[in-house]
Design a protein around this ligand. Structure first.
Ligand code: SF4
Ligand code: SF4
Length: 81
């Protein structure tokens, strides 16, 4: 599933440059993840790299956007294949 950034985000900009899919951008108030681009880092890393760098644990799995590994990998192939 795609990930979501919660309201606790402090706009520290640590996650944005780490995303291999350029899925993270600064929104109106806080950083946001584009669900059409987030692959949970499948195809690039073993685990979501943005979660690793967020200092306050603001990035969570988004239950509104559940996707299988195959679907996430297909998204990766569309962007990088
Ligand atoms: S999980 Fe990976 S692809 Fe998704 S927003 Fe985080 S860094 Fe980007
Ligand atoms: S790393 Fe965490 S706190 Fe920093 S901008 Fe990203 S989501 Fe927000």
């Amino acid at each position: 599933m795609a990930l979501i950034i919660e309201d606790s985000c402090i706009n520290c900009d640590m996650c944005d440059p780490e995303c291999p899919n350029e899925a993270i951008t600064l929104g109106e108030d806080i950083y946001e993840i584009d669900v059409d681009k987030c692959t949970e880092c499948i195809g690039h890393y073993d685990k979501p790299t943005c979660i690793n760098v967020c200092p306050i644990d603001s990035i969570k799995k988004d239950p509104e956007h559940i996707e299988s590994e195959d679907e996430l990998f297909a998204k990766f192939m569309r962007m990088h294949g």
